[in-house]
Design a protein around this ligand. Structure first.
Ligand code: AHR
Length: 496
């Protein structure tokens, strides 16, 4: 068995882990919105004002902090006025990005805000900059956030919501270098500045504006954007980074993969850290006071769709491999929480690396969901100094760390340690050592997610992969935990 020491210095607080790092993304894509979160008031599926009760409850359980909507590529062809007012008279449009389905706009602004209220999360609105206008964007912000009096506030009231909503997060343009308009960075930056200027703060509502940042390692985009905007224009720039095991033509199966494909997936996932560091270096150079944050508003695995499903719906299964991917990403985001203020996994239901899958009135929670449930205590806690020997191993020419970790302490004096063992064969004994005068002091709640790497939950066997919980008494400055192969572990323990 391999051994590693996890050195923790609880007195060294590095940064606050923004709850929004545990955010999600919902797009009008496949069965994410319709069937996924929204079934309509008349559905036989138990719902509250059209929102599926089972899905809302599942998302409340993981303390979902923020939800991005309506896209994605869809955002840049979305015209918000099509999605308000009586449903029977809402404009129907073809969803050209995703399967050419007819979108009846029955889920619009009011429905999205209702969903966020039921979940208890912040809305993150993605404004159409690709096929929209500055006026349309400005009027949407007014419609959502202005108090009574203006024509748009009165229209909102006439549509059933007299009170303005609070909208903090506002993204302007999605993948503007690609599906959002194929723009060059200098053109985008100038357009962005014009759009953001007219998105006003009404009635005490404070906007946190997010500019479209790079794809993957496109450092040139970041440099150009950052040299043209400042913190008066944007509080954050976005990064999109997907884990695609193969190439875009042959991404690979979600459930049927070799050991080599598994380690490639892990290596590609870990590649995000170098990309984050690369962008942060440029941001640091051009914004040395760190007034602009990095927001990873799309991340996760992207495989070939499940056989027999619509290729435009991006429906994929979710195995223990995805759990490991989620654990690695979240540990990396925690460790960069001084500069990363939000992250949104793609996507919340039935699309890509989803939390839950639905079929009729059935729901299945995925292994990725379990990781979000296990990690939720990190939300809002202080990241503390920690380091570990990551035990790198060579897999077919790729050097891959076996061990990943992050550690936080919350205001109530509880420490949360999250660990992932990427190895498919070897156990790792981890000695958790407190390096200052702190001591473990009480019941440690230990949650473990472990299974064979292909294991996943289905509608027939929804509990195939399941978190196992146990408690142990932890005291003193050193405790040991053994990580089984292909596992994620969370320890939650009081310290003094
Ligand atoms: O999440 C699916 C798509 O991936 C989004 O619509 C787009 O922004 C990205 O390319």
């Amino acid at each position: 068995m391999k051994k590693s020491v996890l050195s923790i210095t609880p007195s060294v607080h590095k940064s606050t882990i923004a709850p929004e790092i545990y955010g999600q993304f919902s797009e009008h894509l496949g069965r994410c919105i319709y069937d996924g979160v929204y079934v309509g008031e008349d559905s036989d599926i138990p719902n509250t004002n059209g929102m599926r009760n089972d899905v809302v409850e599942a998302l409340r359980e993981i303390k979902l902090p923020v939800l991005r909507w309506p896209g994605g590529c869809y955002a840049d062809e979305y015209h918000w006025k099509d999605g308000i007012g009586p449903k029977e008279s809402r404009r129907k449009m073809v969803n050209t990005n995703w399967g050419g389905t007819v979108e009846d706009n029955s889920f619009g602004t009011h429905e999205f805000m209702e969903l966020c209220e039921q979940i208890g999360c912040e809305p993150y609105i993605a404004v159409n900059m690709g096929s929209g206008t500055v006026q349309e964007a400005a009027e949407w912000v007014e419609y959502m956030t202005a108090e009574s009096g203006s024509t748009f506030a009165e229209l909102r009231a006439a549509n059933g919501h007299a009170e303005p909503w609070k909208v903090k997060y506002l993204g302007i343009g999605n993948e503007s270098w690609g599906c959002g308009g194929s723009m060059d960075a200098d053109f985008y930056a100038n357009e962005y500045k014009r759009y953001q200027q007219f998105c006003k703060e009404y009635s005490g509502n404070k906007l946190y504006k997010v500019a479209c940042g790079p794809s993957g390692d496109d450092y040139a985009w970041t440099r150009e954007l950052m040299s043209r905007i400042n913190h008066q224009h944007a509080k954050g720039i976005s990064l999109h980074y997907y884990t695609v095991p193969g190439d875009w033509e042959h991404k690979g199966s979600a459930t049927d993969f070799t050991e080599q494909e598994y380690y490639t997936t892990i290596a590609k996932t870990l590649g995000i850290e170098e990309v984050i560091d690369g962008h942060l270096k440029i941001m640091d150079e051009l914004d040395p006071e760190h007034n602009i944050d990095l927001i990873i508003d799309e991340w996760g695995t992207w495989y070939d769709v499940e056989p027999g499903t619509n290729p435009g719906f991006l429906y994929q299964q979710n195995t223990m491999r995805d759990a490991i991917v989620a654990a690695l990403n979240l540990n990396i985001f925690n460790k960069h929480s001084d500069m990363i203020s939000m992250a949104n996994i793609a996507q919340v239901v039935n699309v890509l690396q989803a939390m839950v899958l639905t079929e009729g009135d059935q729901i299945v929670k995925t292994p990725t969901y379990d990781v979000f449930a296990m990690y939720k205590e990190h939300q809002g806690a202080s990241l503390v100094q920690s380091a570990v020997d990551t035990l790198p191993v060579d897999h077919d020419g790729k050097v891959i760390p076996s061990l990943s970790e992050s550690v936080s302490v919350s205001d109530d004096g509880n420490m949360t340690i999250t660990l992932a063992n990427t190895s498919l064969k070897e156990e790792i004994q981890v000695i958790c050592r407190l390096e200052d005068k702190s001591q473990f002091n009480g019941q440690a709640e230990i949650a473990v997610l472990q299974d064979e790497v292909h294991a996943h939950n289905t509608f027939e066997q929804p509990d195939q992969v399941k978190v196992q919980y146990r408690t142990e008494h932890w005291n003193g400055s050193e405790q040991t935990v053994t990580l089984l192969p292909c596992s994620v572990c969370r320890i939650h323990c009081p310290i003094v």
